[in-house]
Design a protein around this ligand. Structure first.
Ligand code: SF4
Ligand code: ZN
Ligand code: ZN
Length: 455
């Protein structure tokens, strides 16, 4: 299921066939759409549509083009509308210095007022920003607004990174499907999928192959398709993840927090068997959210062999099965061995993602026990020195842990065919030195992982 997070189906362009448009969206797998008010009449209409159709939600706001017509009554009416249950956000609001239909100073003043309304009623914002990146960022910071989305994103990756810092999402339109939009696709490539929403901005900006026609919510799948291509994900991955993002931001109930014991990403199947860790890594995303690529991983209990096998189902369509999750799989060594044996009996490839501390935890060399059961292992090295390792990974064993990880990587090749060591690209980490240690000293393959890139 996809969710079109920004469609102006309240606009007059849909007066003749609105019902059909909503129906077509449903048939195309667009579970929900948000009708976004851009002026007072549009906001009233958006709320009416949300009340009428189960799959429509509303957002209320005044577009920067129209703030010149705002008065005190507009503001009070918006406040009343904003309190209704199916209104999920305040927007669109923001700044448009490209057309500047309302004077800049007025745009800024109204933007601030509408941001305070969002704070007052505790709902996120949908931001319109055209040629006004610096002021948008500054005003959001000054007003202390941290929940929302910048719709129809038109900035570069530096701006995206700054706007994501406090917690904003980035929403892409059909623009990313246009042949000449390489810069926009570069931003798509760099922004973590966990921060991306999709939208049509109907009736505007129809994606390829509908370019030039009136846009409608059913076309949002073309945008998801482009994101999937650019990021090397499947369309199912993009649908699931962006839908969960919508749930987290707007509370729309399209994605359930069902705990996954086995979760597919691309053509691999990942297993989530424990949330326990030896380390307490400073960068770990689980301290913010237990979601990985749209899968929710916080376990209510640790699963046993039968539960894991049932969750795996038929593994034959996967390239490999990976013990991973938000936890250290080798803490549950016996279960890993049992499940890996079962997977190998089915001819599957098995990988383990690990912190490399299992020998310390189990007080013996466990590597011989993995022989014949595991095809590849990825070990987090994360630092070039014991001192930095302790700072980043916070192991209970202190600096001794770093040497243990290195010995584990070095010795692993005696039992497992494919060994990889990874570092997370955090500020200050000398990635090239880590590569040298991995390749020359430990004789393993090396991979630098982006911070924020999980799964
Ligand atoms: S080992 Fe993995 S799951 Fe555990 S704290 Fe570190 S990064 Fe997080
Ligand atoms: Zn807009
Ligand atoms: Zn819009």
């Amino acid at each position: 299921m996809l969710i079109d997070t920004h469609a102006h189906i309240e606009m007059k362009e849909f007066d003749s066939d609105r019902e059909d448009v909503i129906q077509r969206a449903k048939e195309a797998g667009v579970g929900y759409l948000i009708s976004v008010g851009a002026n007072l009449a549009g906001s009233i209409k958006a709320v009416e549509l949300a009340e009428k159709y189960e799959n429509v939600y509303a957002s209320v706001g005044i577009h920067p083009h129209d703030v010149k017509d705002m008065d005190e009554t507009t503001f009070q009416t918006l406040r009343e509308l904003a309190k209704t249950a199916k209104v999920v956000a305040i927007g669109e609001i923001g700044l448009d210095y490209f057309k500047e239909f309302s004077p800049k100073e007025m745009q800024i003043a109204r933007f601030r007022e509408l941001l305070s309304l969002a704070k007052e009623i505790e709902k996120p914002v949908i931001i319109h920003d055209r040629d006004a990146h610096d002021d948008t960022l500054r005003i959001l910071k000054e007003e202390g607004v941290r929940r929302g989305v910048v719709h129809c994103f038109s900035g570069d990756y530096n701006f995206a990174r700054e706007i994501m810092k406090p917690g904003f999402y980035i929403s892409f339109t059909g623009v990313i499907t246009f042949p000449k939009a390489d810069d926009a696709r570069e931003v798509v490539r760099n922004v973590p999928i966990e921060r991306i929403l999709v939208e049509t901005d109907s009736p505007y900006l129809a994606p390829v192959p509908y370019r030039g026609k009136r846009n409608e919510p059913a076309f949002v799948k073309e945008i998801a398709k482009t994101i999937a291509e650019v990021k090397g994900l499947s369309i199912d991955d993009v649908s699931r993840i962006t839908t969960l993002n919508v749930k987290e931001l707007f509370g729309i109930n399209g994605a359930e927090k069902e705990v996954k014991l086995a979760y597919p990403i691309r053509d691999s199947l990942y297993l989530n068997i424990t949330n326990r860790c030896t380390n307490q890594c400073a960068f770990c995303a689980k301290f913010r959210s237990y979601t990985v690529k749209g899968h929710y991983l916080e376990l209510s209990h640790e699963p046993d062999f039968n539960e894991v096998i049932t969750a795996i189902g038929d593994p034959s369509r996967y390239k490999e099965v990976v013990f991973c999750g938000y936890g250290e799989p080798l803490i549950r060594l016996d279960l890993v061995k049992e499940v890996a044996k079962w997977l190998k009996s089915k001819g599957l490839k098995v990988r383990i993602n690990t912190d490399g501390l299992a020998n310390l935890v189990h007080r013996r060399n466990i590597l011989p026990e993995l022989k014949g059961l595991v095809d590849s292992i990825s070990v987090s090295l994360n630092a070039e020195s014991a001192e930095r390792y302790v700072k980043i990974c916070r192991p209970p064993q202190g600096e001794a842990a770093y040497d243990a990880v290195k010995s584990f990587i070095k010795d692993a090749k005696n039992y497992i065919p494919d060994i990889q060591a990874s570092v997370v690209n955090l500020p200050g980490v000398p990635v090239e030195r880590c590569r040298e240690i991995t390749e020359k000293e430990l004789g393993a393959k090396f991979r630098a992982r982006e911070y924020d890139e999980v799964g």
